[in-house]
Design a protein around this ligand. Structure first.
Ligand SMILES: [Zn+2]
Length: 351
């Protein structure tokens, strides 16, 4: 069976590496106009200085992506279509990067990813999550041509956003197990290498949670490397399978029932405790690590009604029927969902 892998060319990670953007673009052999896709806040805080200091010799157009919706992404794609840049630079948290990914695919121009937060593993993956799609999950685009991960910028982000990415990495523990199940029971393609790589990024968080929790540039470097590894696993698998299983379905279901109540990484982290329990693995260790990272382990900490968590668990299997997981085809009954959240302390005395 043929399997092709599309990967980024270069990753530059370190303190202050954003100033190397101009050199990186020259190294990639790009000439002509640049288009920066960013949000209004990041434009003020990061992009304006970048243009002044690192992109002085380039002709740069800036496009603002206010919301990660299909509508906004289509609008940005239209503008890019007229501006005809030679390269797109996506600067921001998940939102701007997702919009840039989608627009890049539409206009057929490469993009560099310059993330400003370590909140999830979409920073280097070829999948864009946009609101307003027919599905609530993601659309396949291309991986960035290069990733510039500046730990100085990461450390200046709000702590809650910065550490949420650790929750997204921990989720690979159940995602990979769900993928194996789908392989065994449904004959789905399974790649051992991609699975191992995704799992390694989760184990990295378990091993280095103390350093990551400090939120220093060095701690967040460990986290960023894990996020890029997880993105790489997605590139190698050619799907989000190694990075997204039942815990992600639960998070998407929570977005449906409670209208995007918390950060993606926080929701999937808590989902991993629940799905870890159902998988029969050491879910207590996962919960302990989340606590160390000050990530939510209860409905209350997540800021979600207990009933919404239970409801999300009962509908999670319907979010994406083609994605077989431990939830099976019929999902959890309400009784089972109530039992699971009690046993894991997501609701109840602990909660
Ligand atoms: Zn995720």
């Amino acid at each position: 069976m043929k399997h092709s892998i599309d990967l980024f060319k270069k990753v530059v990670i370190g303190y202050g590496v954003r100033w190397e953007l101009g050199n990186l673009i020259r190294e990639l052999g790009v000439r002509g106009k640049l288009a920066v896709v960013t949000g209004p806040r990041v434009r003020r805080l990061v992009v304006e200085q970048l243009i002044e200091r690192a992109l002085r010799e380039f002709d740069v157009d800036v496009f603002e992506a206010e919301e990660p919706t299909v509508e906004v992404a289509e609008g940005v794609a239209d503008l890019l279509g007229s501006a005809r840049p030679s390269l797109i630079v996506a600067v921001g948290g998940g939102k701007s990067i997702d919009v840039a990914k989608y627009a890049s695919m539409k206009v057929g121009v490469h993009y560099i990813s310059l993330p400003t937060v370590t909140s999830h593993d979409g920073i280097a993956s070829p999948f864009a999550s946009l609101k307003g799609m027919e599905t609530v999950y993601s659309v396949k685009t291309s991986p960035p041509i290069a990733v510039l991960a500046d730990t100085e910028v990461f450390a200046s982000a709000p702590r809650r956003l910065a550490l949420a990415g650790a929750g997204d990495l921990i989720s690979k523990i159940t995602a990979v197990r769900d993928w194996r199940l789908a392989h065994r029971l449904k004959g789905e393609y399974y790649g051992d290498y991609a699975a191992s790589l995704a799992l390694m990024s989760a184990k990295h968080v378990l091993a280095f949670s103390k350093a990551i929790a400090r939120g220093t540039p060095d701690g967040l470097r460990i986290l960023a490397e894990g996020l890029i590894s997880s993105s790489t696993a997605i590139c190698i698998a050619g799907s989000t399978r190694p990075a997204s299983g039942s815990e992600h379905l639960f998070s998407h279901a929570l977005d449906v029932v409670a209208n995007y109540p918390a950060l993606h990484g926080e929701q999937v982290g808590l989902g991993t405790v629940i799905m870890g329990y159902i998988h029969g693995i050491n879910w207590r260790k996962i919960r302990r690590t989340l606590k160390k990272l000050r990530l939510p382990t209860t409905a209350r900490e997540l800021g979600v009604k207990e009933d919404h968590v239970i409801e999300a668990l009962t509908i999670a299997h319907r979010i994406r029927p083609d994605r077989y997981t431990i939830l099976g085809e019929s999902g959890l009954t309400r009784d089972a969902a109530e039992e699971v959240v009690l046993k894991t302390g997501v609701v109840g005395d602990d909660g």
